[in-house]
Each structure stands twice: as structure tokens, then as C-alpha cells.
Design a protein around this ligand. Structure first.
Ligand SMILES: Nc1nc2c(ncn2[C@@H]2O[C@H](COP(=O)(O)OP(=O)(O)OP(=O)(O)O)[C@@H](O)[C@H]2O)c(=O)[nH]1
Ligand SMILES: Nc1nc2c(ncn2[C@@H]2O[C@H](COP(=O)(O)OP(=O)(O)OP(=O)(O)O)[C@@H](O)[C@H]2O)c(=O)[nH]1
Ligand SMILES: [Mg+2]
Ligand SMILES: [Mg+2]
Lengths: 283, 290
């Protein structure tokens, strides 16, 4: 039997609502529903098949396609390749205010240390009150080297300093923390471009908040256009986030999610797998 | 004054040869899309647009009002209904006013505490702030630097591990010489049961005149459930929406108001101390609608 157009519309509408309720941005949800519609139109269903279940399976497939569309990025592999050329890998983290950049850097430092890599942190948030001190506390607790200057110093200069230090002392990875910034702020986006130009990073990492709604598309698109994104990290997934932002960001950038932040502790960082998003999203 | 998206939708209505089912449905669909892209809670949007469609169909414009003007009026009524009664921040007479700031991680509490302190200090009040966030690395340094810039006294106990006792001590001490005491607390979300309980104990210990929920302007569909969870732990006096200087429309905040009944009193529009504005419903709505 074939689904009638009106039955299909009803099923698609329900799926669209659940996508939107899971924080998949409106245009991304539209795209997903269109793909499901194309796959289901004219499709014959077995007598025993539940059309709703079939549609959900097709939707899951469409979501997986988006999440796996980007080229694969293996962070450890990127580091290894750079180290083989006797150079430290440079990772620069950016995103809007309060998404979890500084905390993520601390978690990643621990993650890398546990894999035998020596890490240097660059305190390139030279603007925000307590920006340097926050990273300093994490560095001390983890026994990680930190390169800093005073508040108000040039962010790119601090990062460059950290990279020189890493090269001189044989450190394998440099993690560059930057100040939060709205993607609409001209001057701050210029500064970010300067940091990237000066540090020539191996990975430009966008850090987003999993609780963000439709703005995730705006942030990801503009940072990608203005700075370039090689991969993203989505924090605060433990806050009952449905993870729609992961789809929005991946769809807009074509680059993969590398990790998910799942708490405030140093251990709360997990390597990204589509299942981690697909499960809560379709709940 | 209306947002672009709604303006466009109403233009279509105005140009339509007659207002029929299809025109109304199209207006409602456009409005729905605008509200969803603004992060307003999905169920809220569906309920609102269902009600609106019904009213547009049933109610005829009063004499002298065009079909289009009537539609605008109904849309505005329905949306303002979501915002609840406008309400401004009230200071207590004869005793220090104590405000406890709570909210999700990274929403902008610490920065907003400093902005509020600066705002009221400029108006001649003696303001003190308490750093009751004993968890976050560098929390005291952050508030201390901001407080200094704002010209207010900062109470903090770096190294202390009981935030509730610290909050009580800070409020008691600053209350002796301040008209307004603002208490900054650690970020928390509804799944962190221990932290939600800590917030309950903190409110109980300091007896605030107002508990202000700080909501990130970029917050999506989780706004409603998170705000509700906060309200269940402690009554909320008001909401402060941050980061509206970016591209986010703040629909999440609207959902938080609808879920808690707490009015929005201030908005944050940047990282500097001056970037605080008292809430203006028409401006917020215009931004929300595109
Ligand atoms: N629950 C939870 N909280 C997180 C997570 N990641 C970060 N946080 C918290 O979010 C808040 C903000 O984190 P930061 O690391 O300061 O964020 P940031 O992006 O560096 O902020 P700015 O530098 O001010 O732009 C802190 O309270 C963190 O503990 C996460 O995965 N889960
Ligand atoms: N652009 C912009 N940034 C803001 C605004 N309010 C706060 N911020 C920034 O957002 C980031 C987080 O602000 P905080 O005050 O540290 O947030 P918080 O809620 O205290 O964070 P936790 O204590 O970790 O939960 C900082 O980079 C602030 O400068 C705002 O209105 N606009
Ligand atoms: Mg930071
Ligand atoms: Mg804080």
C-alpha cells in the first residue's frame, strides 16, 4: 500500500515538531523533512509496516547523513602528523560568550595528557575579567604549562608566545583560549582573524552551547565564513539538551562535531558519535 | 515598529483582494515561522497561532479599522499576553534590598550582577555584591575585578567551600552598610539535583527580596523546562535576558516568562558595565519578530 499525501503530511508534521522541539533550527528541520518526504513519496509500505516507524527510520537516516557528511577529523591524528614534522599542533578555540571554551580547553588538556602528550595552554582571553586567572587555576590543578601576559595584552601575541615556547621546549600541543565574542562584532572578528593568521592553527575549533536554539546556525555560519571552522565542540549536553544544535552546526559548516561536553568536571568530555545525538533527539 | 517577517506577512494580507481562509492561513504560517526562528517554545507557538487564526476568522474589525489593522492588533494582543504584566524593579524601603541571581551555566550572571551594581550605584545607592560562587575557577577574581570597576564593595571568601554559609555571611555584613546587596551564584541546570538543592538552601538562608533568573538570549527550546525547574525550587521575582546584542531574538526568554510568570525587568546588550537596559516590551517584540 502507498501512503496518501495527507497521511504523509500528518506524519511529516509530527516529525517536524519533534525536530523543532529538539532545537534543530527551522531551516535545517525544513531540509530534513524535505529529504524524508522525497524518500517516502511514492514508496510502497508492507501491510505490516507502521508508516510512522518507517518515517522515523528514514529521518534517522537523513540526520545521520548530515552528521557524517563532513570530512572525518581525528584530533589525535592531526596532532601526531604535526609532531612527526617536529612541530607542536596548534588548536585555536573560539565562539560566542559563555559557551564553554575555557572549561573545554581544560578538559581537552587532561584528555591529551592522559594520552602521553605534553600540552601548553595559551591565555589569549586578555579581555574578560578573570579570564587569565580562570585558565591559570585549571592549569595549576592539571599540572599543565600556561603561557600568559597581563590583561589587555595582544591576544595573538600571547598565542604566538605560547607556540614559540612549545617549539623551544618540545611540547606537542598548544591549546589557545580566546575571549568570547559575538559573531556580529566587526572588530572582534577582525581580531579572531588576526589570531588565526599569526598562529596558523592545525585546527580552528568552534565551541557552541548545546542549549542554543536557532542562533546556532547564525553563529556557525558567520564564524565559518569569517574565520573558518575545522570542527566543533558542543558543551552542556548534560543539561537535558536534545542536541539539535549539533545538526544545525554540522549542516551549516559541513565540518564534524569532535567532542561533546557533558559536565563541569575534567572528565566530562566525550568523543562525538552520531548515536549520542540521535538517541536524545528522537525521544 | 513591527519586525520584518511579520511586516511582510501583513503586507500580503493588505494586498489580498479579500481576506479569505487562505490569506489568514498564510499570515498565521508566516507568524509561526517567525516565532519558531526566534526560539519561542514550539507548543506555545502552536497554541498562540491556533488562537489567533480562530480570532481572525471569527472577530470582525471594529468600525473604522481596516482588516489589516485589526490583524496587527490581534497579533500584538496575543504576543503581549505572553509577556505578562510589565513590571519594574522595586527597591525596599527602610531596609537593604537583597537580590539573588541564579541561572544556567554561562548565562551571564556574574557580568549582570556587576552591571546592576553599576546601574544602581550611579543612581546614588550604596551597593554591595557577594560572590557566592565557590565552584567556578576564578569566580572571585572575575567578580572582584568587575566590582572594582563598578565602584562597589565585593564580599568574597576565596577558598571557602560552603556557598550557602558564605552567602549568609556576605548578606549580613554588607547589609549593614548597603541599600542593595546583589548575590552572585554558581551556574546550574535542572539535571544537577545537588546544585538545585543548594540554590534552595541559599535562598532560604538569605531570604532575598527578589530572585532574578538570568536567561541567555540564545537559549532555545530548553528555556521553558529549565525556567520551570528553577521556579519549583524557589519563587522567581524577575528575569534578566542577556546577549541581545548578538543575533538571537530572545524567544527562549519569552517562554521562560510564560512558564514562570516572572516578568523580564532588564536586558544585557554587551560585555561592558553600561550594557544594561530596563526592559521595553515593544522593542523586544519588534526584535523577536524579525
Ligand atoms: N553543565 C555543564 N557546564 C559546562 C560545560 N562546559 C562548560 N560549562 C560551564 O559553563 C560555564 C561557562 O564556561 P566557560 O568555560 O567559562 O565558557 P567560555 O566560553 O570560556 O566563556 P567566555 O570566555 O566568557 O566566553 C562554566 O560555569 C562552566 O563550568 C558542560 O559541558 N556542562
Ligand atoms: N555580548 C554579550 N556578552 C555577555 C553579556 N552578558 C554576559 N556576557 C558575557 O558572557 C560570558 C559569560 O558571562 P558570565 O557573567 O561569566 O556568566 P555566568 O552566568 O556568571 O557564568 P557561570 O558563573 O559560569 O555560570 C562572559 O564572556 C560575559 O562577558 C551580554 O549581554 N552581551
Ligand atoms: Mg573563556
Ligand atoms: Mg558566574
Amino acid at each position: 500500500i502507498e501512503l496518501s499525501p495527507s497521511d504523509l503530511e500528518d506524519i511529516l508534521w509530527d516529525l517536524q515538531v519533534s525536530l523543532l522541539e529538539s532545537d534543530v533550527a527551522v531551516p535545517v528541520a525544513d531540509e530534513l523533512i524535505n529529504r524524508v518526504k522525497n524518500k517516502l513519496t511514492g514508496r510502497k509500505l508492507g501491510l505490516r509496516e507502521d508508516p510512522k516507524k518507517v518515517a522515523e527510520a528514514v529521518l534517522e537516516e537523513a540526520m545521520r547523513e548530515i552528521l557524517e557528511a563532513g570530512e572525518k577529523v581525528d584530533l589525535l591524528q592531526v596532532v601526531k602528523a604535526k609532531n612527526e614534522r617536529n612541530e607542536p599542533a596548534v588548536l585555536v578555540f573560539f565562539g560566542i560568550n559563555g559557551t564553554g571554551k575555557t572549561t573545554t580547553i581544560a578538559k581537552l588538556a587532561k584528555y591529551l595528557q592522559e594520552r602521553g602528550l605534553r600540552v601548553v595552554l595559551a591565555a589569549s582571553d586578555t579581555f574578560r575579567a578573570g579570564g587569565i586567572e580562570q585558565l591559570e587555576v585549571h592549569a595549576r590543578r592539571l599540572g599543565v604549562e600556561l603561557v600568559k601576559q597581563r590583561q589587555g595584552a595582544d591576544a595573538a601575541a600571547v598565542a604566538y608566545d605560547a607556540i614559540s615556547h612549545a617549539k623551544a621546549r618540545g611540547f606537542q600541543v598548544v591549546l589557545v583560549d580566546t575571549a568570547g565574542r559575538m559573531q556580529t562584532d566587526r572588530d572582534l572578528m577582525d581580531e579572531m582573524r588576526k589570531i588565526v593568521r599569526v598562529t596558523r592553527p592545525d585546527l580552528r575549533i568552534f565551541v557552541g552551547d548545546a542549549l542554543t536554539g536557532n542562533d546556532a546556525v547564525e553563529q556557525a555560519r558567520t564564524f565559518n565564513q569569517e574565520v573558518g571552522i575545522d570542527g566543533s565542540i558542543l558543551c552542556k549536553m548534560d543539561a537535558d539538551a536534545r542536541g539539535g544544535a549539533a545538526l544545525s552546526i554540522t549542516y551549516v559548516t559541513g565540518k564534524p562535531i569532535l567532542f561533546l561536553g557533558v559536565g563541569q568536571g575534567y572528565e566530562d568530555l566525550v568523543e562525538f558519535k552520531p548515536e549520542l545525538i540521535l538517541k536524545p533527539l528522537l525521544e | 515598529k513591527l519586525g520584518k517577517a511579520l511586516h511582510g506577512a501583513l503586507q500580503k494580507l493588505a494586498r489580498a483582494p479579500h481576506v479569505d481562509e487562505e490569506t489568514v492561513r498564510e499570515l498565521v504560517r508566516d507568524l509561526q515561522r517567525a516565532l519558531l526562528q526566534a526560539d519561542v517554545n514550539v507548543q506555545l507557538v502552536l497554541d498562540l497561532t491556533r488562537r489567533l487564526e480562530e480570532r481572525l476568522r471569527k472577530e470582525s474589525p471594529p468600525p473604522g479599522m481596516s482588516r489589516r489593522e485589526h490583524a496587527v492588533k490581534l497579533v500584538y494582543e496575543e504576543l503581549s499576553g505572553l509577556l505578562g504584566k510589565p513590571s519594574s524593579f522595586e527597591l525596599k524601603k527602610g531596609a537593604p534590598t537583597v537580590v539573588l541571581m541564579v541561572g544556567l551555566q554561562g548565562s551571564g550572571k556574574t557580568t549582570s550582577v556587576a552591571k546592576l551594581a553599576y546601574h544602581f550605584r550611579k543612581r546614588g545607592l550604596r551597593v554591595g555584591v557577594v560572590c557566592a560562587d565557590t565552584f567556578r575557577a576564578g569566580a572571585y577574581e572575575q567578580l572582584s575585578q568587575l566590582g572594582q570597576r563598578a565602584g562597589v564593595e565585593v564580599w568574597g571568601e576565596p577558598g571557602a567551600d560552603d556557598p550557602v554559609a558564605l552567602a549568609r555571611r556576605g548578606v549580613e555584613e554588607l547589609g549593614r552598610r548597603c541599600d542593595l546587596v546583589l548575590v552572585d551564584s554558581a551556574g546550574r541546570h535542572k539535571e544537577e539535583k545537588g546544585l538545585m538543592e543548594e540554590m534552595r538552601r541559599m535562598a532560604e538562608a538569605i531570604g532575598p527580596d527578589e530572585v532574578m533568573l538570568v536567561v541567555d538570549g540564545t537559549l532555545g527550546q530548553q528555556a521553558r523546562d529549565q525556567a520551570e525547574a528553577f521556579r519549583k525550587v524557589t519563587p522567581l521575582g524577575s528575569i534578566l535576558v542577556t546577549k541581545l546584542d548578538g543575533t538571537a531574538k530572545g524567544g527562549g526568554a519569552l517562554s521562560a516568562v510564560a512558564a514562570t510568570g516572572a516578568p523580564i525587568k532588564f536586558i544585557g546588550t554587551g560585555e561592558h558595565l553600561e550594557d544594561l537596559e530596563p526592559f521595553s516590551p515593544p522593542r523586544f517584540m519588534a526584535r523577536l519578530l524579525g
